[in-house]
Design a protein around this ligand. Structure first.
Ligand SMILES: [Mn+2]
Length: 377
């Protein structure tokens, strides 16, 4: 009798298990995890929101939204979109705080080829977090200044050709991490017809999933050079202000507010954020002295000492007037940039824009001032 009962119990348990399995197959889509793109199977956020539309209770709605948020956080923590690209997120790790990053002797071997190809240690870059912290080298007074919350929004434009994916993505992460959300209209990535496969679908899928709706990717159908690439980025921009940067930069906290506030005061100003150096061999952040940009007799851009009146004022937080404008990092009112004819599209390589912008802006700003504050998009 006892054994018969045991058989019955086992039979019932088996039936329950089979029924459970059938229900599971019918109701749940099995998750096909392929290494490298596991994130393709994650349910998009929109679907979760639709679910909540069927529920009647606002509490349920809130709980579902909260769960979706938590799911996102957990997913990023455990799998990380960046992990599928072999990259790292988070503030710590190698190179944190802008300190020199190092490789083990065996890694050094692997790093040699890519270093020659890119002109910087791209293998090491992959080992440094996309979100690493860097030092805040601003003069103390700059950190104390307060800015209006009502500043114009910026479109940040990065141009690149065959740049290392990790370096481009660190530029993007850094821009998002250090620009106040309400001031960042969008990030535009202009690919000047790169050959590298990782800069095509992998780059685009990553930025669209990591920063939904924030990043636009513009692809040049043929190699145009950096000047025309910047112009393509400008055409795609919708922010009141446009910022042009090389795609191998990192931003510091508080970089945007003084820049945007100077442009809000006078829309004819072109602002060059103060630049430090990221060393190409170990990604150490090296402080550069406050300087203006000048040029040699060969019209080659060079750092020069700020003018005497800046030194006389004795306030390192004051802006520095500069005769030349370095092209790899400048911010300008979008419409005003159009009014002065953008950059000369006849330029194929870099160097000339430093002088061209300086001359154009110098003559434009000497025109009668107009109403910058009242300008609306
Ligand atoms: Mn550069």
């Amino acid at each position: 009798m006892a054994s018969l009962r045991r058989v019955k119990v086992l039979l019932v348990l088996n039936l329950i298990a089979v029924a459970g399995f059938v229900i599971f197959l019918a109701k749940c889509r099995p998750i096909a995890v392929r290494s490298g793109d596991a994130f393709h199977e994650i349910r998009p956020r929109a679907e979760v929101t639709n679910l909540s539309a069927h529920s009647t209770s606002p509490i349920q709605d809130a709980v579902l939204k909260r769960l979706s948020l938590l799911e996102d956080i957990v997913y990023r923590q455990l799998n990380g979109l960046s992990k599928s690209l072999g990259l790292i997120e988070g503030y710590g790790g190698r190179g944190k705080g802008g300190l020199p990053a190092t490789l083990s002797p065996s890694e050094e071997e692997k790093a040699k080829g890519p270093h020659e190809k890119y002109g910087y240690n791209s293998y090491l870059s992959e080992k440094i977090s996309l979100d690493r912290s860097i030092p805040d080298y601003r003069p103390t007074k700059c950190k104390e200044l307060k800015y209006s919350k009502e500043l114009p929004q910026i479109s940040i434009i990065f141009i690149f050709v065959n740049e290392a994916l990790s370096v481009i993505l660190r530029s993007v992460h850094s821009a998002v991490n250090h620009t106040p959300t309400h001031l960042l209209k969008e990030i535009i990535l202009v690919d000047d017809n790169s050959d590298e496969e990782e800069l095509k679908a992998p780059l685009e899928e990553y930025v669209h999933k990591r920063y939904p709706g924030l990043v636009k990717v513009v692809r040049n159908q043929k190699r145009e050079g950096l000047i025309r690439a910047r112009i393509e980025g400008w055409k795609a921009a919708t922010g009141q202000v446009t910022g042009f940067f090389d795609a191998h930069v990192e931003f510091t906290a508080g970089w945007a507010e003084p820049v945007l506030s100077r442009i809000q005061e006078n829309r004819k100003r072109v602002i060059l954020p103060s630049i430090d150096n990221i060393k190409q061999d170990n990604f150490e952040v090296q402080r550069y002295e406050n300087s203006a940009h000048g040029y040699s007799w060969e019209l080659w851009c060079m750092y020069i000492s700020p003018p005497k009146d800046w030194w006389d004022a004795g306030d390192p937080s004051l802006p520095i007037r500069t005769p030349a404008m370095i092209g790899c990092s400048f911010v300008v009112n979008r419409k005003f940039f159009g009014e002065i004819g953008l950059l000369d599209p006849g330029m194929d390589v870099y160097g000339g824009e430093n002088i061209e912008l300086g001359i154009k802006v110098g003559s434009a700003i000497s025109l009668p001032p107009d109403s910058s504050v009242s300008e609306q998009r």
